[in-house]
Design a protein around this ligand. Structure first.
Ligand code: PLP
Length: 367
C-alpha cells in the first residue's frame, strides 16, 4: 500500500470530474461553523498592535497552554502547541522512534494513512494489528505483535476510520505493552469531543513517561484550516526532543490562530460542543438507517465522524468507490486505502448535511 500519497485526493478528483451531482463523504473536514467566539477572536486580532504580529513562544502562547493544561489535568510544562494533530503525531512518532530501540512501529489495521506514511517516511518498518469487526483493538493481539523490535505503538481513539472508542482497560493495556517492550505509546485523541458512548478514556489517565497524547482543535472547533493542535509529553528528554524538532522545523506556530483558539476556549459555552456532537450523531444515525435498509454490515461508531460499511456482494477498493460515484452519486473512501483488514468496506465521512440524500441514493442503487 502506498501510504505516502494521500489517497483521498484521488477520490475527490474523480468525484469532481463526474458530470453528475455527487454527495461528498470523502474527507473529515467539518462543514459546520466554528464557535462564534473563535471568529470574534480572529476579528479582535486584526487590530492588535504590531508586537502581537511577531513570534509567539515556540512552545505556544502561554494562556493557550495553560488552558489546555487545565482542561487535560497536566502540568503546563508538558504541553507543546503544534500545527495541528498532524505535527503533534509527527513529533511523537519521530521522537519515539529515535529514543526507543527497535526498527518497528506498530499500527492498527485499518489505519489512519498518515501514520503509515510517516512510518515509511522515517524509515521505520510497520507491523499491523488487525482490528476486530467492531473496530476494537484487542490488547492481547497487540501484545502478540509486540517484540523487542517495537519502538513506537500508535493508537487512535475515537478512531478514524472505524469509530471505535477504546475502553479504559484497553488504554491501560496499551500503555503496559509499551512499557513491557521498552517502546512509546502514542495516543491520538483528535476526536475526543466526538464520543457518543460516554466511554472515552484518555491515555492521560494512565501515568507513564512512555505514553504521549496528541490532540488538536481542528475537529473540536471545526477549524482544520487554522492548524492548532498540541502534544502532551511527560518524559523530560522526549519533550526536549519534541520542542527542538518543533522549533527547528516551524520556528513556532501561528500567533493569531492560537489567540483565537484560546479566546474560543475561554468564551464558548459547553452547548456548542454538545450541539455539534448531536448533529454529527444524528447524521450517523440517518446514514446507518439506510445501511440497515440495504442490509449492509457497518461499524456502528461510538465516536468520530466516520461510518465504515460493507455492502452485499460489493467491494471496498477504488473501483467500487468509483462505481458508487458514477452510479449512485455518493463518494466515500475505499476501505482498502486504510489497510487490509477492512478492504471490502467503504468509509463514509458524515461531514455533509446531505447524508439523507446519500442514504436514499445508496438505497436506490443497492435495491
Ligand atoms: C486520526 C487523525 N489524526 C490526525 C488528523 C489530523 O489532524 P490535524 O488536522 O489537526 O492535523 C486527522 C485528520 O483527519 C485524523 O483523522
Amino acid at each position: 500500500m502506498d501510504y505516502e500519497t494521500p489517497q483521498f485526493y484521488r477520490v475527490m478528483q474523480y468525484a469532481a470530474r463526474s458530470d453528475r451531482d455527487v454527495v461528498d463523504m470523502v474527507s473529515g473536514s467539518p462543514d459546520w461553523d466554528p464557535p462564534a467566539a473563535l471568529r470574534d477572536g480572529l476579528r479582535a486580532y486584526a487590530n492588535a498592535p504590531a508586537d502581537d504580529y511577531q513570534y509567539p513562544p515556540s512552545v505556544g502562547l502561554r494562556p493557550l497552554r495553560e488552558e489546555i493544561a487545565r482542561r487535560r489535568g497536566v502540568p503546563v510544562e508538558q504541553v507543546i502547541v503544534t500545527n495541528g494533530a498532524g505535527e503533534a503525531n509527527h513529533l511523537a512518532m519521530t521522537g519515539g522512534f529515535e529514543a526507543f530501540d527497535g526498527s518497528e512501529i506498530l499500527l492498527a489495521d485499518p489505519v489512519y494513512p498518515y501514520y503509515a506514511g510517516r512510518a515509511n517516511f522515517i524509515g521505520a518498518e510497520t507491523r499491523y494489528v488487525a482490528a476486530q469487526t467492531d473496530g476494537q483493538l484487542d490488547p492481547s493481539a497487540l501484545r502478540e505483535a509486540a517484540s523487542e523490535e517495537t519502538s513506537v505503538i500508535v493508537v487512535n481513539s475515537p478512531n478514524n476510520p472505524t469509530g471505535a472508542v477504546y475502553p479504559e482497560s484497553s488504554i491501560r493495556d496499551f500503555v503496559a505493552i509499551a512499557e513491557d517492550y521498552d517502546a512509546l505509546l502514542v495516543c491520538d485523541e483528535v476526536y475526543d469531543h466526538f464520543d457518543y458512548s460516554g466511554k472515552f478514556a484518555s491515555a492521560l489517565d494512565v501515568d507513564s513517561d512512555q505514553r504521549i497524547v496528541t490532540d488538536a482543535f481542528s475537529k473540536t472547533m471545526a477549524v482544520t484550516g487554522l492548524r492548532v493542535g498540541y502534544v502532551i509529553i511527560e518524559g523530560d528528554s522526549l519533550r526536549e526532543r519534541a520542542r527542538t524538532r518543533h522549533m527547528l522545523t516551524n520556528v513556532t506556530g501561528s500567533r493569531p490562530a492560537q489567540y483565537a483558539v484560546a479566546h474560543a476556549l475561554e468564551s464558548t459555552p459547553p452547548r456548542y460542543y454538545t450541539e455539534v456532537r448531536k448533529r454529527v450523531r444524528d447524521r450517523i444515525d440517518r446514514l446507518t438507517d439506510s445501511l440497515d435498509d440495504i442490509g449492509a454490515v457497518y461499524t456502528d461508531p461510538d465516536g468520530g465522524f466516520y461510518v465504515m460499511a460493507r455492502f452485499p456482494e460489493f467491494g471496498g477498493g477504488f473501483d467500487a468507490v468509483y462505481e458508487l460515484i458514477d452510479e449512485a452519486g455518493v463518494a466515500g473512501m475505499p476501505g482498502a486505502a486504510f489497510g487490509e483488514s477492512f478492504e471490502e468496506w467503504i468509509r463514509f465521512a458524515v461531514c455533509t448535511d446531505r447524508v439523507e440524500t446519500a442514504g436514499a441514493r445508496l438505497e436506490a442503487y443497492f435495491e
